[in-house]
Design a protein around this ligand. Structure first.
Ligand code: ADP
Ligand code: MG
Ligand code: MG
Length: 907
């Protein structure tokens, strides 16, 4: 005989088979019910069928493991004895709920059936026992309705269709001339039961099952089945919950909140889940069942009013909330029902919360000596910190827009926060309008590097195409801009300067609002408020003492700084971004992309002149014009950063990116630099590449045109030397991109070293500097030992390394990668979170080889991965010195780094 694992776990009467730590097997809800029972908290007794059964059920076409029926019968018998009622017994019927509950709570994603066990016979027993026929029929009609929906599947099939049961219910209320369900009489409810059953019969062609056993197994099957319904799947994808976990099923004795005015049902949070404030927060309804509160049939009342309505139950609730919070050492989300003034607990779980609440609760709990600092750091989802930094929509104004039906469409929430502005369709317009003091939202089919100014000028970015790692999203995040991308419902007509969204026409200049946290696009202007933290640290319009959010945030950051091992730098190309880096306590710049400066104003002309020059002399003439501008830029950035390291990358992108594209633009440029249009056209064409990502770019440019590297080096060191004279002690690190061999790096290094020395000598000062390389080609990883001999630092360019390792073009991956992810062929977008098995192996190899060759080799990572918590943790594990991310992600990276350090120790 095989050792059969226990599958059914009973709880009740102060005893239970399970406990809090058994979430995997019992689900969160089940584990909570077992634990509360053990703690002596009043919980209606019942039993839990384990998640293992769900896994079996899924893998065997909806069948159950052998012997389950017997196990359930036994548990049911035990339950009947425990409470002295019999399931299906007409004189004294036991009624139960059949509830879902997965390891991680997925609120409302799966199904539940209440009042199960009622039929035309048992309803009489219920009446006899309670002396309350109205209540009995109210429960009965609810049961038929829920069972018909959840188990039998009688629900709307089309979007605009209404729920068939609600239609009948509405009609009944209309007939009777009443507004609320509670006004329905015993007779009305009895009729509804019959009408609901008739509806099931006529629509589905089957009878409503009268046999309680059939009802029970029908409900168990439906609840297990609901693990695989669309919304549950979608939710799991969103939160990276494995599809393999499965749900448990809880069968639990009913308690009734709908038995009259001394009964109620509700939900309570032990703290405020939006703000984190330490106060009992919740809502309740008198004479109702749990579903009513969630479904919003009636507007629930604030929990404070329960104190007057049912003082004893309220007092008990307050007490139990404290007990539970203490037991779990975390904010709890609690479901309760009051039957004849007796309080019953039906659920407890760690409550979902906003980023604001997460921070406040974690910090408060440390101060209340409930949890340690380390625990507090682990409590917060690092990504959620972002919420604290974003401007927010005024809550009341958003609600108004919701009520007025102004929400037009939904895209991907690529850059969190809230922005309102007037619609513009072109980057130049964005700049122009901004100059005139307008706030704008830049709406594009897609964006390109030239739009960078426009993006900066705009409050928010909205695109019809592109994903979360698209250019627009990347740039927007770096700037801390609100951004919604891939909003397919948008139909942008540049020519007409308008866009169509589901029947509405929005014209240039119209007001629009985008919510980068939800992806919603809203017609009209919504009021926003800048984040308090930004007002304290960046705008300095708010004193630190005036903002509680800031104070708690900064405490948390201090704790993170104390514990983390890995450094945090930023990707910053502009002085403003350098300032933000400092404001957030970034420890240097890990990537300063020199080419982003090339697009500004007159520079682009000089850049184009250089590219189009026929010979070296011509190039040098153009480069001479660029030199002072580049120097000026570097000087400003280095100055802001003081003695912190600034990694400056030499020119990287293929040159054609800087050239005009349309015929008009080419003609215009030809006029400006006085060359014939045809020859310019030809030149532009010769620079086109079939595969620019693998083409003439990176250090290959500096090798073809050493004078470019010379100019850039000169600009860097002139800036550094001048600052040195002004008493600053700058620390530039010159980084050569896209290196694949030690020879390439050696050649570029020679130039940098020579010009650096020359310049330093010229100024007669001392400047600290390093020369290193970006590691973004598999070959560079494979020969990292040799490359390290030429490099004082490595910085993994994980964007390109991902592209080259996977042979995957980021710009094209959007077409098929989502499909991979939804099919489970890939667990995460490798451009969002480092592909640890593949790209990660290359990184480990490069680190190992690199450090063997040069013990002091400094190694970091730049690219968007540096701000992704999972990637940060990985970078900590493989021993990097720092991660570099966008300035606004510094807090996120710091927190993730601290979490990595704590988890590393706990192991
Ligand atoms: P969800 O996970 O969607 O919240 P639940 O299983 O928690 O679903 O149940 C939905 C509602 O029904 C909740 O308000 C819950 O409190 C209530 N409920 C569930 N079981 C019972 C019961 N045995 N007695 C009374 N109310 C119940
Ligand atoms: Mg619930
Ligand atoms: Mg690169």
């Amino acid at each position: 005989m095989a050792n059969v694992k226990k599958r059914v776990f009973s709880f009740g009467g102060g005893k239970s088979d399970g406990r809090a730590t058994m979430r995997e097997l019992l689900g969160g809800k089940g584990a909570g019910l077992h634990e509360m029972t053990k703690m002596g908290i009043p919980v209606p007794p019942g039993f839990t069928i384990s998640t293992d059964v769900c896994t079996y059920f899924d893998g065997h076409g909806g069948r159950y493991p052998k012997g389950l029926e017997k196990d359930v019968s036994k548990a049911l018998l035990r339950l009947e004895k425990n409470i002295g009622k019999r399931f299906g017994n007409a004189a004294n019927p036991l009624l139960v709920s059949v509830r879902s509950g997965a390891r991680e709570s997925m609120p409302g994603m799966m199904d539940t059936v209440l009042n199960l066990g009622l039929n035309d016979g048992t309803v009489n027993g219920l009446i006899a026992r309670t002396n309350n026929p109205r209540f009995a029929y109210d429960s009965y009609r609810r049961f038929v309705q829920m069972y018909g929906d959840v188990v039998l599947g009688l629900k709307p099939t089309e979007r605009h269709e209404r729920d068939p049961f609600e239609v009948i219910l509405e009609r009944k209320k209309e007939d009777r001339g009443i507004r609320f369900d509670t006004e329905l009489t015993e007779e009305d409810l009895k009729e509804l039961v019959a009408e609901f059953k008739a509806e099931i019969k006529s629509k589905l062609g089957k009878e409503f099952p009268e046999d309680p056993q059939e009802q029970l197994w029908g409900a168990i099957g439906a609840v297990f089945g609901s693990w695989k319904n669309d919304r549950a799947i979608a939710y799991r994808e969103l939160y990276h919950i494995p599809h393999s976990w499965g749900t448990a099923v809880n069968v639990q004795t009913m308690v009734f909140g709908n038995m009259g005015d001394k009964c109620a049902t509700g939900v309570a949070f032990t703290r405020n889940p939006a703000t984190g404030e330490k106060e009992l927060y919740g809502e309740f309804l008198v004479n109702a069942q749990g579903e009513d509160v969630v479904a919003g049939i009636r507007t629930p009342r604030p929990i404070a009013e329960l104190k007057e309505a049912m003082p004893k139950a309220h007092g008990e609730l307050v007490r139990l909330c404290k007990v539970l919070e203490k037991r779990y050492q975390d904010m709890q989300d609690i479901e309760f029902t009051i039957e004849d003034e007796k309080l019953w607990m039906l659920q407890t779980r760690a409550a979902k919360r906003t980023g604001f609440a997460a921070v406040r609760i974690a910090v408060d709990m440390v101060e209340e000596r409930i949890i340690s600092k380390k625990e507090a750091l682990l409590r917060i989802d690092a990504n959620q910190l972002n919420q604290l930094l974003q401007p927010i929509f005024d809550h009341q104004d958003k609600k108004r827009a919701d009520d007025e039906g102004l929400v037009l469409a939904k895209g991907l929430p690529a850059g969190p926060g809230a922005a309102s502005g007037r619609i513009v369709f072109h980057a130049e317009d964005a700049q122009e309008w901004k100059k005139q003091g307008q706030r704008v939202v830049l709406c594009r089919v897609e964006t390109s590097p030239e739009d960078i100014r426009g993006i900066e000028a705009a409050q928010g970015i909205l695109t019809a195409r592109g994903g979360m790692t698209s250019h627009a999203a990347l740039v927007a995040r770096q700037m801390g801009k609100v951004c919604v991308v891939g909003c397919e419902a948008l139909n942008v007509d540049y020519a007409a300067r308008e866009m169509h969204v589901k029947g509405s026409v929005l014209k240039e200049g119209d007001w629009i609002s985008v919510d980068g946290s939800s992806g919603e696009v809203i017609h009209g202007e919504l009021k926003t408020l800048p984040s308090e933290i930004a007002r304290v640290l960046i705008d300095r319009t708010l004193g630190p003492k005036e903002s509680r959010v800031y104070q708690q945030f900064s405490k948390l950051m201090k704790w993170a700084d104390e514990i983390r091992k890995i450094g945090v730098r930023t990707n910053a190309d502009q002085p403003r971004q350098a300032e933000i880096t400092r404001a957030f306590g970034g420890e240097g710049i890990g990537l300063c992309r020199t080419e982003h400066m090339f697009f500004e104003g007159e520079r682009i002309s000089a850049v184009r002149e250089m590219i189009l020059a026929g010979d070296e002399a011509g190039r040098r003439r153009a480069l001479d014009k660029l030199l002072p501008m580049q120097k000026g830029d570097f000087k400003e950035i280095l100055k802001v950063m003081g003695k912190l390291p600034v990694t400056i990358r030499t020119l990287d992108p293929p040159l054609h990116e800087f050239l005009p594209k349309t015929h008009e633009e080419i003609a215009e440029l030809a006029r400006v630099i006085s060359v014939p249009v045809e020859s310019l056209q030809e030149k532009v064409e010769t620079l086109q590449e079939v595969n620019p990502m693998l083409g003439h770019r990176g250090c290959r440019l500096g090798i073809s045109f050493p004078e470019i590297t010379e100019m850039q080096t000169r600009a860097i060191f002139q800036a550094a030397c001048e600052l040195r004279k002004e008493g600053v002690d700058p620390f530039p690190e010159v980084m050569i991109p896209l290196v694949g061999s030690p020879e390439e790096l050696g050649a570029q290094r020679e130039i940098v070293e020579r010009i650096a020395q020359e310049t330093i000598k010229e100024y007669g000062v001392k400047v600290r500097y390093l020369i290193g390389t970006m590691v973004e080609l598999p070959r560079a990883c494979l020969v990292a030992d040799k490359i390290a001999l030429q490099a004082e630092f490595f910085s993994f360019g994980t964007n390109d390394l991902t592209q080259t390792c996977l042979g995957l073009s980021r710009d094209d991956a959007g077409k098929f990668l989502p499909n991979y992810i939804s099919k489970g062929l890939m667990s995460q977008d490798p451009f969002v979170s480092i592909d640890q098995d593949g790209v990660g192996s290359l990184m480990r190899l490069a680190i190992d080889k690199g450090r063997k060759a040069r013990r002091t080799l400094e190694i970091g990572v730049c690219g968007e991965h540096g701000g992704d918590p999972r990637s940060v943790i990985f970078c900590h594990q493989i021993g990097l010195n720092y991660v570099s991310c966008s300035p606004y992600r510094v807090p996120v990276a710091k927190l993730a780094a601290a979490q990595a350090a704590i988890k590393g120790k706990n192991k």
